[in-house]
Design a protein around this ligand. Structure first.
Ligand code: GLC
Length: 422
């Protein structure tokens, strides 16, 4: 009998350990092809290391991804062990104490941090002196255009928003006779984080911004009102952007519309390129990528986005989690993510790879966009500020509220939040 109890406990423990072995979990979201790719990458990691990993598939929308991580983290649950975080909410996660410091692992394994973009690591991944995450890929807003249509109508690639408007109006009119669904310009205007990125690009490229030179909030400036009015007019006055811009348009909706051949210009992140160029894409071979236009009076600006990897402070599998993090950040994986998915790698050394240069002909545009990157405020309460912006900018572009009134109200609310925290 004793023997039986002993063996039951012994085999029970072995079983539990095996089960635990299955429990290394990683949460990532994205477009369907990206998730399939993650699945492939993870299987390779399993083969190499024998460590079993479960992929937790998350939505594409960053706000939803954040929500689905907050639930287990608030409850101090060990799963997921590893996850990707948007640069926009990483600060909040670090301030909540949800991220495992990586310094000891880095030191022990002489993991070379200098290979990663230093300004990004220093300003985003280090929190109160501790390294809490590392960049998997860096996003910058880009302008995609239909090369074939610009050529057909003898139009230039626009450098200014005014030019874009002119070209889009002309070509939309002509193309509508063939395709009634055709629009000049598609971009992200739904009420969510992506809208804040688009807004930031428009206002910065007009010479405005969220703050003045002293760092005080200055949302309701003349320049910002002008830029927001332009955003609204694209939909309601010039009608070169569809009415569902402010109800539905997120990354994937925008990407699909352009990819179906229903738009001339598209604002999107680097990931869209690979999909537009895929074999089943109706626009394959017909597109170009360039920097976003600026207003006549301003300079091009690309919202700085991107996803960083971290280990949960509550993971009970941290050593194996670190192995997975290292694998994802290795030169080889980073190169493949760039070539196969079109991402901007978080590692700087990969950009010099000849194979990468060959496979991503627009690599210089990607790199150049970094020089015009505009970051969202890197404060732990950023998501609260963003929620206000999402509401009021969306109200303005939908026509429910005048741009000036919307910015005034948003500024008041944001000021209140800033006062609460500072
Ligand atoms: C992309 C960016 C991210 C941004 C999001 C907005 O995923 O990488 O930083 O917050 O788009 O939709």
């Amino acid at each position: 009998m004793h023997r039986f109890v002993f063996f039951s406990i012994f085999f029970g423990l072995i079983f539990l350990n095996c089960e635990k072995g299955h429990l290394l979990t990683i949460a990532v979201g994205g477009a369907p092809n990206e998730l399939d790719y993650w699945e492939k990458l993870i299987r390779e990691f399993e083969e190499r290391t024998g460590i079993k990993v479960k992929l937790i598939r998350q939505p594409t929308d960053t706000d939803q991804r954040r929500q689905s991580l907050i639930i287990p983290l608030k409850a101090k649950k060990p799963d997921p062990d590893v996850f990707l975080m948007d640069i926009a909410w990483l600060g909040g996660f670090a301030a909540s104490g949800w991220l495992q410091a990586l310094d000891d692992y880095v030191k022990r394994d002489t993991f070379d941090l200098t290979k990663f973009f230093k300004p990004v690591v220093t300003s985003v991944d280090i929190y109160e002196g501790a390294l809490v995450a590392l960049p998997v890929y860096i996003d910058c807003g880009l302008l995609y255009y239909r090369k074939d249509l610009l050529e057909k109508y003898g139009c230039p690639v626009p450098r200014t928003w005014e030019e874009l408007l002119q070209v889009a109006t002309l070509i939309q009119k002509k193309e509508r006779t063939r395709n009634p669904r055709f629009y000049g310009f598609v971009w992200q205007g739904a009420q969510y984080e992506g809208l804040v990125c688009n807004f930031l690009e428009f206002i910065t490229s007009a010479g405005g911004g969220l703050f003045d030179s002293l760092g005080n909030i200055n949302l309701c400036s003349k320049t910002n009102i002008h830029a927001l009015t332009f955003m609204k007019d694209l939909i309601h006055k010039y009608k070169i952007s569809p009415p569902n811009t402010y109800t539905e348009m997120k990354e994937e909706e925008v990407r699909i519309s352009f990819q179906n051949g229903d738009a001339l210009f598209e604002r999107n992140w680097p990931y869209a390129w690979k999909l537009h160029e895929s074999n089943d894409s109706p626009v394959k071979g017909k597109i170009g990528v360039t920097l976003l236009p600026a207003f006549k009076t301003g300079k091009t600006a690309s919202a700085l986005g991107g996803w960083h990897i971290g280990i949960s402070a509550y993971s009970d599998n941290k050593e194996q989690a670190w192995q997975l993090v290292k694998f994802i950040l290795s030169y080889e994986s980073q190169k493949r993510l760039a070539i196969d998915l079109g991402w901007n790698p978080g590692r700087e050394d990969v950009y010099e790879d000849p194979e990468l240069k060959h496979n991503l002909p627009h690599i210089n545009v990607l790199k150049e966009s970094f020089n015009h990157a505009v970051a969202r405020p890197n404060v732990p309460y950023y998501t609260r500020l963003s929620q206000i912006l999402q509401i009021y900018v969306n109200a303005a572009i939908s026509g429910r509220m005048g741009p000036e009134e919307a910015l005034k109200k948003a500024e008041e609310k944001m000021r209140e939040i800033i006062h609460t925290y500072e």
